[in-house]
Design a protein around this ligand. Structure first.
Ligand code: DAH
Length: 341
């Protein structure tokens, strides 16, 4: 009887241990399992002792042992998930086609630049390139703007500190100088690129913008060639019905010089505002290359003549898309950029 009493109280204390068990690792749970359910565990030894229990007491002991066994098993199955890594869903299908990811789009400046380039490409203009950090000679002197020439003030310049004659180019006209120096006529070239001016940033002006320069040099190039080329450009760019007019103007590197307007119309209130009540809008500057410039660049002005023109890409883009603040081009606001693609 005494022995049996000891066995019951042992089961009791094991029940309490099981109930209070709280492992902190997978390993601790496993050694708990072995110590109860393993071959040499508590339950095996209890079942062995059970064989010696007198028949009339077997029921009571059997219940107690089974109760302990169930308790251990439910305890283990409730703790197990805490230490097994969860598998999330089925394995990914590596052969599935990828979802459409959204692609970036082209910047409006680049769209307009490409359009200008393709119009002039179609009439035989190639592309030429020059440095953005330029020297005074290519940016000014060679273009008939010697030192102290008052027209230098038309383009407020950023100078680079390393040398007094090094600057950020104020226009892409510097590229026509470089191109004439290293090519012989006939020349038909377009030079797109970034330019810099030391100007206060506002809705209308920026210290950085983009230009396209055009240059055509050959024998007997006339002002009417220039006019027809620009008319063709304006129609391709702004529509077949576009009209242009040329107003006399002044640029040191061309003689005669002109500014070209397109007829915009006077239908809406904003037409009056942007055309200053005239209906006309300026789109570019142009002229016949000054003989001094040809000479400076090693081309014989007695044999050759040519025309040149220059336009701001931002300005054209603002007209085409109805954008009223130049700063929008440089802010990279996706809400703005998304509208062009
Ligand atoms: N370089 C001028 C500017 O930045 C634009 C220009 C005017 C270029 C007339 C030309 C030209 O080639 O002939 O304001």
């Amino acid at each position: 009887i005494y022995r049996n009493y000891c066995m019951l109280s042992k089961i009791d204390s094991l029940v309490k241990q099981v109930e209070g068990f709280s492992p902190s690792s997978k390993e601790e749970l496993e050694s708990f399992r072995l110590s109860y359910l393993g071959k040499k565990g508590h339950l095996t030894s209890l079942f062995n002792s059970f064989k010696k229990v007198p028949n009339e007491q077997k029921k009571e002991f059997g219940l107690a042992i089974n109760n302990l066994k169930n308790l251990v098993q439910t305890k283990i199955s409730s703790l197990k998930p805490l230490f097994t890594e969860k598998k999330t869903g089925p394995k990914p299908d590596l052969f599935k086609p990828v979802k459409n990811s959204s692609l970036g789009g082209r910047h409006p400046i680049s769209i307009v630049e490409q359009k200008i380039i393709s119009i002039f490409n179609s009439i035989g203009f190639g592309i030429s390139d020059g440095p953005e950090i330029e020297d005074d000679w290519h940016n000014f002197t060679a273009l008939n703007l010697p030192e102290d020439h008052p027209a230098r003030d038309m383009q407020d310049t950023f100078f680079v500190q390393i040398r007094p004659d090094v600057l950020l180019r104020t226009h892409t006209s510097s590229v026509q100088v470089r191109h004439m120096q290293s090519n012989k006529p006939p020349i038909r070239t377009l030079s797109p690129g970034r330019v810099y001016r030391n100007e206060a940033v506002s809705a209308r002006a920026h210290c950085l913008f983009h230009q396209v320069e055009g240059l055509y040099i050959d024998e007997k190039v006339s002002f009417s060639d220039l006019k027809q080329t620009l008319l063709y450009f304006a129609k391709e760019m702004f529509g077949k019905k576009t009209k242009i007019r040329l107003r006399p103007s002044y640029f040191p590197f061309t003689e005669p010089s002109a500014e070209v307007d397109i007829y915009w119309g006077l239908e809406t209130e904003s037409d009056y505002r942007i055309t200053k009540n005239t209906g006309w809008l300026e789109i570019l500057g142009c002229g016949m290359v000054d003989p001094n410039v040809l000479e400076n660049c090693g081309i014989d002005p007695k044999k050759y003549s040519g025309y040149a023109f220059g336009m701001g890409i931002e300005r054209i883009a603002m007209l085409l898309y109805g954008i009223d603040d130049i700063r929008l081009f440089y802010e990279n606001d996706v809400r703005f950029l998304k509208q062009f693609n």
